[in-house]
Design a protein around this ligand. Structure first.
Ligand SMILES: [Zn+2]
Ligand SMILES: [Zn+2]
Length: 319
C-alpha cells in the first residue's frame, strides 16, 4: 500500500471534507495515535479515538437467502411467493445494496419448471441482479438436477460447484446435496477440485464457503451434517479466516471451530424445529402472525483486516 492509499484510507475514517493539508495537520496532532493493524494479513488503519465514519473502498456486503421452496403450499406457509417477495423488498430497502446475493439452495420444492419460472420472476424484482446459487436436495428431484443446472448453474463446473474472488475475498460454492444418503456429501471429485482451487491462495486470504447442507455436525440424527466435510475443512485449515454459510435446516445456528465460523440461515418459506426438539425434521407450523418472525435474510459484511465477517440475520418482520 503506498502513501497515497494510506492517506485516502485514513482520511476516509475522518469526515469526508478533510483535505490533504487538513489530514496532515491531523497527522501531527494525532502523532502516535495512528494505528495500523495487520489482522489476517490485511493492513488497516484507524486514528485512535476516531469514530469509524465511512466505509472504505475494500469493504463490501452481500446477502444470503436460502430455502425459498417455491411450490410449497402446505399449512406451514400456504404462500411462499409472498414471503419470498417480502425478502426481496427487505433486500431492496437495505441502505447499502449488497454487491451480490448468495442463494444456498432449495430454490424450489419439487424442481418443477413452473417453480423455477416463478423464482426467476421474483428474483427479477431485486435491485441487485447478481445471484450465485448452490443446489439443495429439493432442486435435484426427478431429473437429477438437469433443469437446475441449466438455469441456475451457469458459471459453475462439475456438478454445480464454483469459486470466485471479490475484493480480496475468495468465495467457494459447494454442492453437498447431490449424493444425499441421510447426510450431505461432497464427493471425491469435488474435493479434488477444491484442493486445486485453494492451492494457489495465501493463508491470509479470507475464505467464504457457501453450501446447502451444514458442513458441521449441526444434528446428524436428522441428517444435518455432511459426511465428508472434515476432508474439505482440512483443505481450509491453513487459512486465517474461514466463514461457512449454509441453509437446509431453516433456522439460524452458529458454531466456531478454530479459524472457521459456521452459520446456518433462516428460510424464506417455513421454519423447522430446533435440533432434537421434535420427533422429526420438517416444516413447522407456527401461528400465522409469527411466521415472518422466523423467516428472514442474512446480511454479511466484510471489513478488511477484521478476522471475522459481520453476520446479521434479519427476520422478515421483528417480534
Ligand atoms: Zn429446505
Ligand atoms: Zn434442503
Amino acid at each position: 500500500m503506498d502513501m497515497k492509499d494510506r492517506e485516502e484510507n485514513a482520511a476516509g475514517l475522518l469526515d469526508g471534507d478533510v483535505d490533504r493539508r487538513g489530514f496532515l495537520k491531523c497527522m501531527q496532532w494525532a502523532g502516535a495515535g495512528l494505528v495500523w493493524s495487520f489482522a489476517g494479513g490485511v493492513p488497516t488503519s484507524r486514528l485512535l479515538g476516531a469514530p469509524y465514519k465511512r466505509a472504505r473502498a475494500e469493504d463490501f456486503a452481500f446477502v444470503q437467502i436460502s430455502d425459498s421452496h417455491i411450490g410449497f403450499d402446505k399449512a406451514a406457509n400456504p404462500d411462499v411467493n409472498v414471503t419470498f417477495q417480502a425478502a426481496v423488498d427487505k433486500i431492496n430497502s437495505l441502505d447499502r445494496q449488497p454487491d451480490f446475493i448468495l442463494h444456498t439452495g432449495d430454490l424450489s420444492h419439487l424442481a418443477k419448471a413452473s417453480e423455477f419460472d416463478t423464482l426467476d420472476q421474483l428474483l427479477r424484482g431485486l435491485r441487485q441482479k447478481q445471484t450465485f446459487f448452490v443446489p439443495g436436495e429439493h432442486d435435484l428431484l426427478g431429473d437429477d438436477g438437469k433443469q437446475y443446472f441449466e438455469r441456475f448453474g451457469k458459471g459453475s463446473t462439475g456438478r454445480g460447484w464454483r469459486s470466485f474472488d471479490h475484493k480480496g475475498v475468495h468465495l467457494i460454492g459447494l454442492n453437498n446435496s447431490a449424493q444425499l444418503e441421510g447426510l450431505g456429501a461432497i464427493g471425491d471429485e469435488q474435493l479434488a477440485w477444491l484442493k486445486k482451487d485453494v492451492s494457489g491462495l495465501g493463508a491470509s486470504t479470507p475464505i467464504v464457503v457457501f453450501a446447502h447442507i451444514p458442513l458441521w455436525a449441526a444434528y446428524p440424527e436428522w441428517g444435518w451434517a455432511t459426511k465428508d466435510s472434515a476432508q474439505a475443512l482440512d483443505l481450509l485449515k491453513r487459512f486465517g479466516s474461514v466463514t461457512v454459510l449454509n441453509g437446509h435446516i431453516h433456522q439460524t445456528l452458529q458454531k466456531v471451530e478454530g479459524n472457521v465460523t459456521f452459520y446456518s440461515a433462516m428460510s424464506t418459506a417455513f421454519p423447522q424445529p430446533a435440533p432434537g426438539s421434535a420427533p422429526a425434521a420438517g416444516p413447522m407450523k407456527v401461528p400465522a402472525e409469527q411466521l415472518r418472525q422466523v423467516l428472514g435474510i442474512r446480511n454479511v459484511s466484510f471489513v478488511a483486516g477484521q478476522h471475522r465477517l459481520a453476520v446479521i440475520d434479519s427476520p422478515l418482520e421483528s417480534a
